[in-house]
Design a protein around this ligand. Structure first.
Ligand code: NAD
Length: 238
């Protein structure tokens, strides 16, 4: 897919997977808005690669609408929306659930995707179509040991993408999910010893998955990225 001259919004764009994708898209000639709550990292990245830095907490519906409008106006349109900001829950509890931590992760991993999609669709309609990619995870396809709430949120993303994709696909708005295995980013730095000896993806490997989705994904597909393999759509049955 020729991306030159297109515009993109990347949430969680200041670190890890989002940063790798922001760099990759920029190198392909895309105008990129790096959206993150980490002001220092977002402005430093945009200072280096160009584009637009938007400092925002992406868990709020009005914020998402406002920032999509801001980016659309700044670039004169919007073609690609990568809803990628995310976090882990930091808890494995079931009956001893930390309710505050639960609400926090639901806000970033689920509300953000639902509100981001709602805000992005009118902008992509105005552009005559486009692509929305939501970052789920391997944990959106199979349970991740040790963090059932993270698994819940990432399954929710897969379910939502698969639910809305057929309708939006009919309007030329392609919605797909990115489902990486464990990747060596700041998100899992605290838990790296847990994966001792297990091959980790790099953020660059995961960016290959985004390239593949932009190039050839069908609406509703969930692209699995795992070490040593080409990114490929996950084979749901039925
Ligand atoms: P990361 O921690 O390196 O980057 C996440 C970015 O999101 C950070 O810059 C952070 O500031 C930003 N962010 C978090 N909450 C925010 C909020 N409320 N508002 C605005 N920005 C916010 O992590 P990463 O590994 O690059 O993760 C990116 C996505 O990939 C997440 O959705 C994560 O769940 C998913 N994922 C990661 C892995 C992995 O192993 N690293 C595997 C599968 C899926």
């Amino acid at each position: 897919m020729d991306l030159d001259g297109k515009s993109a919004l990347v949430t969680g764009g200041a670190s890890g997977i989002g940063e790798a994708v922001a760099r990759r898209l920029t190198a392909a000639g895309v105008k990129v808005a790096v959206v993150d709550r980490d002001e220092a990292r977002a402005t430093a990245l945009v200072g280096e690669i160009g584009g637009l830095a938007v400092v925002a907490d992406v868990t709020d519906a009005e914020t998402m609408t406002g920032l999509v409008g801001q980016v659309e106006e700044h670039f004169g349109g919007l073609d690609i929306v990568f809803l990628n900001a995310g976090t882990t829950s930091g808890q494995s509890g079931i009956s001893d659930l930390d309710v505050e931590a639960y609400r926090r992760i639901m806000g970033v991993n689920v509300d953000h995707v639902v509100f981001g999609l709602a805000a992005a669709v009118p902008a992509l309609r105005r552009a005559g179509g486009g692509t929305i990619i939501a970052t789920s995870s391997l944990a959106g396809l199979v349970p991740m040991p040790g963090d059932p709430i993270y698994t819940l949120t990432k399954h929710a993303v897969v379910g939502y993408v698969r639910s809305v994709a057929p309708t939006l696909g009919g309007e030329g708005i392609r919605v797909a999910a990115l489902c990486p295995g464990f990747a060596d980013t700041p998100l899992i730095a605290h838990a790296k010893e847990q994966f001792g000896g297990f091959p980790l993806l790099t953020a660059e490997d995961v960016a290959d998955g985004v390239d593949a989705i932009l190039d050839r994904a069908e609406p509703g597909e969930c692209w699995f990225v795992q070490p040593g393999r080409e990114p490929a759509p996950y084979g749901f049955r039925g």
